[in-house]
Design a protein around this ligand. Structure first.
Ligand SMILES: [Zn+2]
Ligand SMILES: [Zn+2]
Length: 229
């Protein structure tokens, strides 16, 4: 590498590949072009640079995977992103559904000392305000959770995580907030309808129906109603 630190563009690609890898394999350049809203030629140029710098591997089927170094850098970015989101939400009081885009700007400017001090100041948060675990998808709480589209009618549930994948849409997060579908909230599944590919839940503010495309990116855990002790 001829630069000490990857550029902001490369950092964004690392994060996107890491994120896409966690929800769908394999990752292709076309997925990235859609997510990053860049032309295929720009995406191709950046990916070539990342391949040269040994951050990614591209196989003969054009599947993109992070190298060990690429993954280490992506994980470091996730930590910075989560600290920035937690700081903006918990300390500055910006609503949870708005912090993502601001954190996205801040995370690139944080030096290792700032990261260390901020982690101490925020008491090493295990998740971001959307419930995404900082240690990644191997997190035990996340392992036990299931996607909202794979629940059953009548089930009592608690929202564990709203996937980073949905965070790009502030309108969607704001809608979920207005419908009380927030991390930690509890609901009953009113109906799972395969015919319309949607799930309906109750919430404090009435019923809310979500398409499976959104529901599959929301992780829940079943709530057992037996209240012992
Ligand atoms: Zn975020
Ligand atoms: Zn988040």
């Amino acid at each position: 590498m001829n630069e000490e630190k990857p550029s902001i563009v490369v950092e964004e690609y690392l994060q996107e590949i890491y994120l896409l890898q966690s929800i769908e394999t394999p990752v292709k350049a076309t997925h990235l072009a859609t997510r990053i809203q860049s032309s295929p030629s720009t995406v191709h140029a950046t990916l070539s640079r990342m391949q040269r710098d040994l951050l990614i591997q591209v196989d003969h089927k054009k599947n993109i995977t992070l190298t060990g170094e690429g993954e280490a850098q992506a994980k470091d970015l996730v930590i910075r992103h989560h600290l920035a989101e937690t700081f903006l939400c918990n300390t500055l009081g910006i609503p949870w559904y708005q912090v993502h885009k601001h954190a996205h700007q801040l995370e690139h400017a944080m030096t290792p000392l700032v990261v260390e001090k901020l982690a101490q100041f925020l008491n090493h948060p295990a998740t971001c305000p959307h419930g995404v675990p900082t240690q990644g998808h191997s997190d035990p709480a996340l392992q036990q959770s299931i996607p909202l589209d794979q629940t059953a009618t009548g089930m009592q549930i608690k929202i564990v995580m709203i996937n980073e994948y949905l965070e790009e849409s502030e309108d969607l997060l704001k809608y979920l907030h207005e419908k009380s579908v927030v991390p930690g909230s509890e609901h009953t599944i009113i109906e799972i309808l395969k015919a319309t590919n949607s799930v309906t839940l109750d919430s404090e503010t009435g019923q809310v129906t979500l398409p499976f495309d959104i529901a599959k990116n929301i992780r829940i855990e079943p709530v057992t109603s037996n209240t012992t002790s």
